[in-house]
Design a protein around this ligand. Structure first.
Ligand code: PMP
Length: 336
């Protein structure tokens, strides 16, 4: 019989999928090989399951997290889901602090795993006692509480150095020439990039970044793609790791996210569309240089399920002036 004893044993070892159709003619035998690391196949649905396990195990080992303790983190996204899942499996309580603009759907996912969600008003100054920052600080100072802090925790990049990096290296038989991924906390690119460069210093590490974010020289100007880009430089980002940053507009990120679903049957989030768009641009450049031997790996962080009312909704896209596929209208019974 083949089975695992814990859901946590299903984290990692995600497959590489060759992208072809959505890359136009680059999928042909004479173009660079473009491979997607499909991270939504982790049990919590994103790449963040990896950092959640690693950060929790390290805190258990150091004694910062004691049996029956409470994990407190200001997040509503994928890291929250990863932490809630691992906490449930290991018997910890979880409290997530999030601003009131976070959708009910996202909060409900966290609650479904048994986590508690504290909603803070967005319309108060950071120094106000009810602000997102102050509430999470207060909660994390209570007895038994521990705050992972994915923006400064070294186990965030380390989890990728120890798992995702070696997986990519082994899955490509050491033939990878370029690694592309989006940058949020910077944990993914820093850990994987460092590992790959230690194996072969020639491997090029390329960050994909929303236009407006600091990584591509922006000032923190708002953008709509979620989970990537920052308006400050987190400790978890190794500024020496990327050889290049490719800036991608929201419009290109969203259009390509839709194409991945329609043309590759890959239902992924906007940050995946952004990274894949950057990989396509890179593949075109390499093809023009005759680098048909190039092997590009692009990491796709999460599933499109969490964005059905945004990226996959024509009305939402239209509201911001983005191109729409024009085909998401339901037909009524009378039309059939
Ligand atoms: N995409 C999504 C959807 C994410 O949630 C994150 C994490 N913030 C990233 C990309 C970026 O990963 P990292 O934080 O490791 O840079």
């Amino acid at each position: 019989m083949k089975f695992v004893n814990s859901l946590l044993d299903l984290i990692g070892n995600t497959p590489l999928l060759r992208l072809s159709t959505s890359l136009d003619d680059l999928g042909k035998a004479d173009g660079p090989l473009v491979l997607a690391k499909v991270e939504y196949l982790n049990p919590g649905g994103s790449v963040k399951d990896r950092i959640a396990t690693r950060m929790i195990e390290a805190a258990e080992a150091s004694g910062e997290l004691q049996p029956g303790g409470t994990i407190v983190e200001p997040t509503s996204g994928n890291t929250g889901v990863g932490l809630a899942m691992v906490a449930q499996a290991k018997g910890y309580k979880c409290v997530f602090v999030c601003p009131d603009k976070v959708s009910e759907d996202k909060r409900n996912v966290l609650k479904a795993y048994g986590a508690e969600v504290v909603v803070c008003p967005t319309a108060v100054a950071p120094e106000h006692p009810d602000s997102y920052y102050n509430v999470s600080d207060r909660l994390s100072k209570q007895p038994g509480a521990w705050k992972p802090d994915q923006y400064s925790n070294p186990h965030n990049p380390r989890s990728h150095y120890e798992t995702t990096g070696p997986e990519v290296w082994e899955q490509t038989d050491g033939k990878i020439t370029h690694f592309v991924c989006g940058v949020g906390t910077g944990g993914t690119i820093s850990g994987i990039g460092r590992y790959l460069k230690e194996q072969n210093p020639e491997v090029q590490v390329i960050g994909a970044d929303p236009a407006g974010s600091v990584y591509s020289g922006g000032t923190g100007r708002p953008y709509l793609v979620e989970g990537v880009g920052e308006d400050f430089w987190p400790d978890t980002y190794d500024r020496t790791v990327a050889d290049r940053i490719i800036e991608v507009s929201d419009a290109d990120s969203f259009a390509f996210t839709r194409r991945l679903a329609r043309e590759e049957a890959l239902l992924v989030g906007g940050s995946s569309g952004m990274a894949a768009f950057a990989a396509k641009q890179l593949a075109e450049e390499l093809a023009a240089e005759g680098r048909t031997d190039a092997v590009i790996v692009v990491l796709l962080p999460d599933s499109g399920r969490g964005y059905l009312t945004k990226v996959f909704n024509d009305e939402w896209l239209g509201q911001y002036g983005f191109a729409t596929a024009g085909d998401s209208q339901d037909r009524t019974v009378g039309e059939v």
